[in-house]
Design a protein around this ligand. Structure first.
Ligand SMILES: Cc1cc2nc3c(=O)[nH]c(=O)nc-3n(C[C@H](O)[C@H](O)[C@H](O)COP(=O)(O)OP(=O)(O)OC[C@H]3O[C@@H](n4cnc5c(N)ncnc54)[C@H](O)[C@@H]3O)c2cc1C
Length: 379
């Protein structure tokens, strides 16, 4: 057993950290305040190769695997959650379904731009009446001649309305007991992109509801096998959950570093607040939680990269890391006192940004369901 990162991984982490410190951290407060999707910075992340990490070089990627992607997401999330989710969703939910289940034609058409970060893909699973219970999907796709005709509605879809969005992969009922995945190119007539949500956090990330009104796409846009859409999305979410765990680790790490720095500087009663055990022990507990979450996340990513089963480990990592990230943002805000409550302080943004980690790509309850089922409980 070896707990040491390779020299290549450490060098890669340094590159992403320097990029995040220079190109993201100084502007994050402004993007958050203005609810602005930072298009140019997303492009720069593409130029750095971040959207191509897990994909082979025939599509322009670097074939580096899920662990490397996790390092990138962690480093971006350490300074800004919005760009971390843009990257996570672009890779795990946008490009991955095409790479894993697409035909050669579909891969050749879509992947080069997605992998280069010149385009973003979205994944439309959630509906007003089908979130955790995704099998309750109501969106319909009917085969008419050589076209699918889609009707229905999706909610909360990340990266679905940016100027870079090239496609949405949509789960739809193609028969009474059949859910399939269909690629809908951005701009297809009948695909209506609702105005962006006003969210509690992730202000610089793009999230819309989508409506499909007799939206027609070629029959060849079926992704993977007809009727396998449900299984496909479960496989996609397993990887996505590890990536969300990495995001949580990065956010918690950011909170820890900021808390330690502030606790060393801020004076009260003639000494730094960090000289009080009440503050110092909070930091110690955060450090333990970050370590544990990071190890769980890397284990799940490593299992995936080794081609071993990792569904349970992905759920464990996602559950634990997202919950300790929410705790870490709360502790950090407390350590910052009143300054932790104003928008200019990063920890206040982190506090708003973290909550959704316990909700997206499977709520904490759904992770517990997966883990409990794995224990053999009759759920
Ligand atoms: C900012 C943001 C971005 C998102 N991006 C995407 C995206 O790109 N693509 C996409 O498809 N979706 C996306 N989502 C949707 C997200 O995945 C869902 O919100 C999530 O899966 C929960 O579904 P729901 O909101 O319908 O809640 P519900 O399923 O209605 O759950 C409500 C509550 O009930 C609990 N619950 C439900 N069933 C059970 C059960 N069996 N046992 C115990 N508790 C249960 C849940 O855990 C939760 O606490 C996004 C959401 C947000 C907020």
């Amino acid at each position: 057993m070896n707990f040491e990162m390779s020299a290549e991984h450490e060098a890669f982490r340094r590159v992403v950290r320097e990029f995040a410190e220079a190109e993201i951290a100084p502007f994050a407060v402004e993007w958050d305040r203005d609810h602005r999707f930072p298009l140019e910075t997303v492009r720069k992340m593409g130029d750095l190769g971040l959207f191509g990490l897990p994909f082979p070089d025939e599509y322009g990627g670097s074939g580096s695997g899920l662990l490397t992607l996790c390092l990138a997401i962690e480093e971006v999330a350490r300074v800004d959650a919005s760009l971390a989710i843009t990257l996570e969703a672009g890779v795990s939910l946008g490009a991955s379904p095409i790479f894993r289940f697409g035909t050669e034609e579909q891969k050749a058409r879509w992947l080069p731009d997605l992998v280069a970060g010149r385009a973003l893909g979205a994944f439309g699973l959630t509906e007003p009446e089908a979130g955790s219970d995704a099998g309750a999907t109501r969106t319909r796709a009917e085969l008419q001649g050589d076209e699918w005709v889609l009707n229905g509605e999706k909610v909360f879809i990340t990266n679905s309305g940016t100027p870079l969005t090239s496609l949405v992969t949509v789960t739809a009922r193609t028969g009474p007991a059949e859910i399939s995945a269909i690629i809908v190119p951005a701009g297809t007539p009948g695909l209506v992109v609702e105005p962006a949500y006003r969210k509690m956090g992730w202000h610089a990330s793009d999230t819309h509801g989508l409506r499909f009104e007799d939206c027609r796409v070629p029959a060849a846009n079926l992704l993977g096998e007809r009727g396998r859409g449900f299984r496909q999305f479960l496989a996609i979410l397993d990887e996505g959950r590890v990536a969300i765990a990495a995001m949580a680790v990065g956010m918690a790490q950011g909170c820890l570093e900021q808390s330690v720095a502030y606790a060393g500087e801020r004076q009260a009663f003639g000494q730094p607040i960090g000289a009080n055990q009440g503050v110092a022990f909070r930091c110690a507990d955060m450090a333990v939680a970050v370590d544990a979450a990071r190890l769980l996340t890397y284990r799940a990513a490593w299992l995936r990269d080794e081609g071993k089963p990792f569904r349970r480990e992905a759920a464990v990592a996602k559950l634990y890391a997202s919950e300790i990230a929410v705790d870490a943002t709360r502790h950090a805000t407390q350590i910052f006192g009143g300054y932790g409550y104003v928008d200019e302080t990063p920890v206040s943004r982190f506090y708003r940004d973290a909550k959704v980690l316990e909700i997206g790509e499977g709520t904490s309850e759904i992770q517990r369901l997966v883990i409990a089922r794995g224990l053999g409980l009759p759920l």
